[in-house]
Ligand binder design. Sequence first.
Ligand SMILES: [Zn+2]
Length: 332
Amino acid sequence: MKLNSMRFVAPLVAALSSLMAGSPPALASAPQIHDQAPGFFRLKVGDLEVTALYDAAAVFELPWLKGKKPTIDGVAKALNQDPHLLDAADQGFLVNTGRQLMLVDAGAGTWYGGPAFGHLAGSLRSAGYTPEQVDLVLITHLHSDHVGGLTTQDGKRVFPNAKVYVAKAESDFWLSPDIAAKAPTDAQPFFQSAQAIAAPYIKADKWHTFSGSETIVDRMQIVPLLGHTPGHTGYEFSSKGQTILFWGDTIHLQSVQLQHPELTVVFDIDPTAAAATRNQLLPKLAREDVVIAGPHMLFPSLGRLHKEGGGYNWTPVQFTDQWAAHAPSPHK
Ligand SMILES: [Zn+2]
């Protein structure tokens, strides 16, 4: 009799333990979606509507970083602890003043980084705009990860109604056949792409250069940020006491260069000047409540700087669907 009851108990225990192990109920499983939220992020700065437009998620490469050997060795060691230390991004930004729609940098298009890059035009449509609506494009510099999105490979303007603005020093440098001819081989693609991307805008008389003091847009200041390239330029907009700086490639690698602003990158034409620009700019931004729009900061690439130890930390802007200047207090 005892033996018999054991025969019944054993299968029951097996069934119970398989339930305990959490086998999913047959009807409750949902397929994974494998899709993402649209690649834009909206922020109000005074009266301005700023929209970050996702172009790509990217990874920086360690040999691109230049500086004193002990510091670089320290970064290599830190990379062993944190495999995401070299995470970076590529973004462009829309500024809608209510009267004009401006794009600040245009992403990579098909000119840099392969198929993982070039999502900006799609993000712009997801954000509720069309390329035809863009009135102005402000360019921080003529590297293809910032201007590739302007032009298709067969030479068509992606923003057919837009005037493009770029610093004269920048345009003169990258579009000069003489300078290109003397440039090292590995720099040649940057010259070739800049020239091909600019060509249809020049032909349509929509390529405009500035020397620094001109007014392109009301309440927008041109901020020369030299070093990375000969005419590398930031654009600062102010509205109702709030300020946002589009700083181009002031920082390429946020998790390293904010703590070590002295580290430069192989793409800097004048690395000493690029580091000096950071030394001058970063303390000011950390003191003032300036929103920074940085194409290579992690999406949404909008945030603020604070002093931390010998360097700075980055606080991304908070998500909110409230269009007030500040989120309402939870106590009201
Ligand atoms: Zn860049």
